[in-house]
Design a protein around this ligand. Structure first.
Ligand code: RIB
Length: 300
């Protein structure tokens, strides 16, 4: 079984600010950092750092060499990362407040040049039983899902960021749907986690659900299986990529044979460590760091 993450690659420009800039306001930032990011890249890194063998497929602009280099360094197979000439690399402008909250503005750039020809070429290298992981920051998502499903791949979707593209997808083709509370509300128009899970189970009975609830932990639900785990409290420095870290660690553990409960526990610990560090991909811990964290009292 191989993991393929077909996803975004962004250069993150991260600004430390007192508060998020308001309409008509000009503010000064106290610090600026450049990090490797993109929900796709972050999730590939998390898979690799969790110990999984993962291929990343996607497109960068000419100035995006640092993104491929970072994936290579983390042990991700980058043979399916291509350069789109004459298109800017995907990037994000991120504001981070003293409490670690973020606000993100994306420019898709090369991530939006993924076409059906490239999708078919990538998917020709994978077969039934392999796992494909997707987010919502690249073009041709619907085509990827339908070809992947026809080939018998196991489909994992993190519909983030949520927008009208998600409403147009056939979510019954998704084997594992991993969402946060906001995405759950958007998908169901319901508020309470239990109601969100109930509505999604009715609508997509063959889809396993993972619902992350911020400070209230995370839930797994599939047919008669149910597991939940609280968060590990840490001092938040930057929440960027905490969700991506959770996704990579959760599925790496689950497909590695761990129970849903144990996978949730591992993923909650990994994302807690990520929240306590600056940046997107640099904040993702290794598997050994997560094991140490779980064995120690370093969480609050
Ligand atoms: O999930 C965090 C990521 O969202 C950032 O790295 C940014 O690039 C955006 O894609």
């Amino acid at each position: 079984m191989k993991f393929l993450n077909f996803g975004s690659l962004n250069i993150d420009y991260v600004y430390s600010v007192d508060h998020f800039v308001r309409a008509g306001e000009t503010i000064a930032s106290s610090e600026m950092n450049l990090f490797c990011g993109g929900k796709g890249l972050n999730q590939s890194m998390a898979f690799a750092k969790a110990g999984a063998e993962v291929y990343h497929a996607g497109r960068i602009g000419k100035e995006g060499g640092m993104l491929k280099a970072a994936l290579d360094e983390a042990g991700v197979n980058t043979s399916l990362v291509r350069v789109s000439e004459n298109v800017a690399c995907g990037h994000a402008i991120i504001q981070v407040t003293p409490s670690g909250e973020n606000s993100i503005m994306l420019y898709g750039g090369a991530n939006r040049t993924i076409d059906k020809i490239f999708v078919d070429e990538v998917l020709s290298k994978f077969s039934a039983g392999d796992v494909i992981v997707l987010q919502n920051e690249i073009s041709s998502l619907s085509h990827i899902i339908s070809v992947a499903k026809k080939k018998g791949l196991i489909t994992v979707l993190n519909p983030s960021p949520f927008n009208n593209v998600i409403g147009e997808l056939d979510l019954s083709l998704i084997d594992y749907l991993i969402i946060n509370e906001t995405e759950g509300k958007e998908l169901t128009r319901l508020e309470a986690p239990r109601d969100i899970i109930g509505a999604l189970r009715n609508a997509y009975p063959e889809t396993a659900l993972v619902l992350t609830l911020g400070k209230d932990g995370a839930i797994y639900s599939y047919k008669n299986e149910y597991a939940e785990h609280p968060i590990f409290k840490v001092r938040a420095v930057d929440t960027t990529a905490a969700g991506d870290t959770f996704t990579g660690f959760f599925f790496s553990e689950l497909f590695g044979g761990a129970s849903p409960y144990s996978s949730l526990r591992f993923a909650c610990a990994a994302s807690a460590i990520s929240v306590s560090r600056k940046g997107a991909s640099p904040s993702i811990p290794t598997r050994a760091e997560v094991v140490d964290f779980l064995n120690s009292e370093s969480h609050l």
